[in-house]
Design a binder for this molecule. Structure first.
Ligand SMILES: [Zn+2]
Length: 181
């Protein structure tokens, strides 16, 4: 952090505030403590019969690879609203009766994913501005080698396993940095 977002001062130091236990960016001019906290990514598994809708990314990172529609929550919206909005923005698709399906903590990048599943309202979907393509895939056709993120792989693996079992309990899990236990 170069400038205080409150007073504009460059006099920012890293220190542990009284009563705290972590280093923070503290403004020595106005005293503001700039906390940094994880970001929430909300998204969907759009379903149609035995197929799921994936988006081919038109943006970096992982340009050209396939992902579930998901993105950072905006202020003042709910997780469900964020998931629906991202699904609309990336796939021009509407979901009926979304159910929370998976919560993943990804501590090394300070993100939390909250993924809902739900039936597509219709087949009237199309690539949004951040997508090159949007397609329905049966399990056998999922492009496993071309999925954009580990969280997408893990989610789809669990999802199709749960499909076989016929129920979808809430999945709460962590995705750790490759190479760590
Ligand atoms: Zn300041």
């Amino acid at each position: 952090m170069k400038y205080c977002s409150l007073c504009g001062s460059e006099n920012i130091v890293q220190k542990i505030p009284p009563g705290d236990h972590l280093n923070r960016d503290v403004c020595e001019n106005c005293g503001e403590i700039h906390y940094q906290n994880p970001k929430i990514v909300a998204g969907c598994i759009p379903e149609w019969d035995d197929q799921v809708l994936l988006c081919r990314r038109a943006i970096e990172p992982r340009h050209g690879l396939w992902t579930l529609p998901a993105g950072f929550m905006e202020n003042h919206e709910t997780t469900e609203q964020a998931a629906m909005r991202e699904t609309w923005e990336e796939a021009q698709a509407r979901i009926q009766n979304p159910q929370l399906y998976a919560v993943f903590s990804i501590p090394h990048i300070s993100q939390v994913y909250m993924l809902f599943r739900g039936q597509l309202a219709d087949l009237d979907f199309a690539p949004g501005i951040e997508s090159l393509d949007v397609q329905l895939f049966k399990e056998a056709d999922i492009p496993w080698q071309e999925l954009a993120f580990p969280v997408v792989i893990r989610t789809l693996q669990h999802y199709f396993e749960d499909r076989r079992q016929g129920h979808f309990p809430l999945l709460v899990s962590d995705i750790l940095k490759p190479g760590t236990a």
